[in-house]
Design a protein around this ligand. Sequence first.
Ligand code: CTP
Length: 424
Amino acid sequence: MTNSRLKKLTPQFKNILRVSSKIAQKSGYNIYLVGGVVRDLLLNRPVFDLDIAVEGDAILLVKRLAEYLNKSFRKHHSFGTATLYYGNHKIDFATARQEKYPHYGALPKVRVSFLEKDLARRDFSINAMAISLNKKNYGQLIDFYGGRRDLKNGLIRILYPESFLDDPLRILRAVRFEQRFSFRVEPKTFLLMKNAIEAGALQLVHPHRLRNELILFLSEARPYRYIKRLYSLENFNFIDESVILNKNDFRFFIRAQSAIKFYKKEFKESNEIKSWVVYLAGILLNLSDEKYLEVINRFGFRKNQRDQAISIKEDLGKIKKLDHKRKASDIYKRLKSYSPEALVFFYAYFPKKNLRKNIRLFLEVLSQQKIKVKGRDLKKIGIQSSSFMGEVLKELFYRKLDKGLKTKGQELKEAKEIIKTNKS
Ligand code: CTP
C-alpha cells in the first residue's frame, strides 16, 4: 500500500531506487526521495529526474551505486552532492548536513529532525514532501508541512515568512508552479511575495541565477499565461525597468506558442528548439538596441543563444521584405543563416501570408535539399580547380531549388550549362 506511489515510476527508476535503498542500508544511511518528484508523483505527472536526500555521505553512496550499476556519475565535493547518469535520466543525491546534526547517527529522533529541517528550508509546501526509501517504511509519504493538503487545494504556500527574501527566485518559481498546475498562491504567501517584489528583491539576485530561472520559466509549455501573470506582478523590472509590453506583444506570445508547436510537430527530429529564446526576444524587443544588447550581455547567455537573440532584433527589417513572391534560391539565401529559433520568431512576429509561406517553404523543402552531383562527378568532366568546383556546386544547388531538378542526370546537364556560361 505504502509503495503505491512509487509504483507509478518506470521499472528503470524503481530498480534504481531499490538498489539505492539496499546500498544505503548496507552503508548505514537513511535515504529519501524529496522535492518536485514527490509532488509530481502525487499529481500523477511524468517524472524525468530523481532527487534523493541522503543522511550520510552522498558521494560515497553514488560511487558505490555507480559501480554496482556500471553507470557514470559526477560528484560536487563543495556541495556534498553527486549525480548518477542512467540512460537519459539524472539522479541527484544530496548529503545531509551532518555538521549541523552531530549526534544524528546516535539518535534516531534527530535523524528525523534532519529531514524535517532539510525540507523546512525549501520553497513551497508542495515541494517539501519526501518518500522514505528505507526498508522499515519504504514508500511512505513524509509530509511535515501540509504539502498534500495544499496539492489537493491547489495552493502554493511558503514555509516561513522570509522565504522570498532568502531566495527571491522563489517569486518566479511561485508564478511558474501556479501557472503550470493552475494553482493559486495562498493569500498570506501572496502578500509576502508582493512585499518582496515591491522591495525589489529580484533585482538583488545575481544575473546568472536570474537567467537560469528565466530560461526555466520561458521553457514551460505555453508560457503566454506565465508571462502575463509575471508582467502584472513585477513588470519584468528584474530584467530592466524599461521593459514595456503592450497588447501586440501579448498577441505575439500567443502566435509564438502556435509557431513553436507547429515547428516541434513538423520537425520532430529537430525538437531541440530552445523556445525560451523566442519568448525572451519578444519580451525585450521594445528595448532600444543598446539596452537590448546590454541586457543580453548582463545575463551572460551562451554565445549562440546571444547571437540568435541579437540577429532577431537586428534583422527584423530585412525579413519583413520577404513578404513577396520570391525565387526559391532567393528565399534560401535570405534565410539559410538563421537558427530555428529566429525563423520561428519571424514566423510568429509577421502574420503576413507570403512571408509565412516563404519561411515554411524554406523549413519544409528548401533547407532539406541536397544536390546529388558531387565534386568527383565534376572532375570527370574536366573541372580541376577546387574553387571553381565550389562555385559550380553552389550555383547548381540554387538552380536545383529554382528549377526543381530531381535526378542526377538533370543536375549534371545543368552543371555543364553552368560551366559553359562561366567559361565563355
Ligand atoms: N528548491 C527550493 N528553492 C529553490 C529551488 C529549489 O526550495 N529556489 C527545492 C524545492 O524543494 C524543489 C527542489 O529544491 O522541489 C528541486 O528543485 P528543482 O529541481 O529546481 O525544482 P522542481 O520542484 O523539481 O521543479 P521542476 O518540476 O520545474 O523541475
